[in-house]
Design a protein around this ligand. Structure first.
Ligand SMILES: NC(=O)c1ccc[n+]([C@@H]2O[C@H](COP(=O)([O-])OP(=O)(O)OC[C@H]3O[C@@H](n4cnc5c(N)ncnc54)[C@H](O)[C@@H]3O)[C@@H](O)[C@H]2O)c1
Length: 275
């Protein structure tokens, strides 16, 4: 399966609109930014310094040159710069995709600094970006926000207090921001991806997707891992007018992860009903 060949763009669905995608040079953020560009939007992406060159090259190879703004989402000053530079270049702001997150995964060993950085990049950064973006969305009569959450927002996983706590906070932020921004016609939702083939996951698999896809795929009813483009399409749906009556909620894009019971896919158990 070619992960970029499974979706035909709905041409020009976002023409004339402007979007910010944080962490848009890699993985899920890149897939979302690319699909927005393919559907006619102007897009600004943020990234850490190490990802600037690779991100620009990947967009150029696909025929696009979005505004790439380098900095850390844990910095309030950088969040202000990201929004003001985007509006200065493109003249308006319609959509925000809060995607960049800290991958610190610690539990009993987590330090206060680990918690603080996870929260600063995660829910605190997301919240500030929504506050700043809403000012500009208001000027164009409304807008939409998608927060990239995770299956980790909904379940316990080993040694992940930092990450799962931060993702859990994103769920409540989504609800509260949606409520308060509804009068301004700004919708706020989240997507919760399952295990997705991005670089951290590839690293954990030692680069061997063929070996690990069937193993980690067992976490999902669909018995395979997700590709980033499969998060992009539902995200674009939530941003689009097709989702005009959807706000304050989460769309699991998890291949059935959250509905799976302890019996898993049934292959290792003789309990009635399993094969
Ligand atoms: N990959 C998965 O299995 C998975 C599953 C569920 C949720 N998610 C979520 O999807 C989102 C994207 O993850 P990914 O796997 O695509 O990541 P990735 O590592 O492929 O890309 C991360 C992007 O975010 C940027 N970034 C990271 N930290 C940043 C910071 N502090 N400031 C500014 N930019 C920063 C990087 O430069 C890069 O552009 C995250 O919110 C993650 O929690 C991923």
């Amino acid at each position: 399966m070619n992960p970029h060949a499974i979706r035909k763009p709905i041409v020009d669905r976002f023409k004339g609109k402007v979007a910010i995608v944080t962490g848009g040079t890699n993985g899920i953020g890149y897939a979302i930014a690319l699909e927005l560009l393919r559907e006619g939007a102007e897009v600004a992406v943020s990234c850490l310094p190490a990802d600037e060159a690779g991100g620009k090259a990947a967009f150029a190879a696909a025929g696009f040159s979005p505004l790439v703004i380098v900095g850390d989402m844990s910095s309030e000053e950088f969040c202000h710069k990201l929004v003001s530079d985007t509006v200065a270049k493109y003249g308006r702001l319609d959509y925000l995709v809060n995607n960049a997150f800290s991958f610190i995964a610690k539990g009993l060993d987590a330090t206060r600094a680990d918690f603080l950085y996870s929260l600063e990049v995660g829910p605190l950064g997301f919240a500030l970006m929504i506050q700043l973006a809403a000012v500009h969305m208001n000027k164009v009569g409304g807008g939409a926000v998608v927060n990239v959450s995770s299956i980790s927002s909904w379940v316990a996983q080993p040694n992940r207090w930092t990450y799962n706590m931060s993702k859990g906070a994103v769920t409540q932020l989504t609800r509260c921001a949606a409520l308060d921004l509804a009068p301004q016609k700004i919708r706020v939702n989240s997507v919760s991806p399952g295990w997705t083939w991005t670089r951290e996951v590839e690293k954990a698999a030692g680069g061997d997707m063929e070996k690990y896809d069937p193993i980690w795929g067992q976490f999902h009813m669909l018995a395979r891992m997700c590709f980033p483009v499969e998060i992009a399409a539902p995200t674009l749906f939530l941003l689009s007018d097709d989702a005009s009556f959807i706000t304050g909620t989460d769309l699991p894009v998890d291949g059935g992860y959250n509905g799976l019971g302890p019996e898993g896919l049934g292959q290792n158990t003789k309990i009635a009903g399993s094969k």
